[in-house]
Write a protein that binds this ligand. Structure first.
Ligand code: HEC
Length: 109
């Protein structure tokens, strides 16, 4: 599964793209409900959810409660989480989850 996902993110034109991006016949696919929502809840929502009690300075309008909001912030999420590694503040995302995040942003948005 990991190889398929990587194939998706590194070579969008490859024949594997459709299946890696969750074609209907795949038994598991990387979607908002299967993976994305859980990822943003786990790593980001403590500061970024609309209803979090303490944002620790995260901007009010910067929330990841829906796929639509994540889509809006796609490029900045890539920069801060995948490239600079300073979101979540201080980093700490498991390496497997970083690979999956990249595949998710490539495939599911
Ligand atoms: C401990 C609190 C905290 C957590 C957890 C957190 N953030 Fe943030 N985030 C902030 C704060 C504070 C800012 C505003 C200051 C800044 O940009 O550094 C911010 C800003 C951002 C920005 C906009 C900044 C820009 O460069 O345009 C993005 C995108 C972002 N966070 C993504 C994420 C993602 C994705 C996660 C989870 C993987 C996450 N954050 C987890 C506190 C947090």
């Amino acid at each position: 599964m990991m190889l398929l996902l990587l194939a998706c993110s590194s070579s969008p034109d490859s024949a594997l793209t459709d299946s890696a991006c969750g074609a209907e016949e795949e038994s598991w696919s990387l979607t908002w409900s299967s993976w994305g929502q859980g990822f943003f809840r786990t790593y980001c929502d403590a500061c970024h959810a609309a209803d979090t009690p303490q944002r620790f300075g995260a901007p009010e309008d910067l929330t990841f409660d829906t796929l639509e909001q994540v889509r809006q912030w796609d490029s900045r999420i890539r920069v801060r989480t995948l490239e600079q590694g300073d979101m979540p503040l201080g980093g700490g995302v498991h390496e497997d989850d970083l690979l999956l995040l990249e595949a998710f942003l490539d495939c599911a948005l």
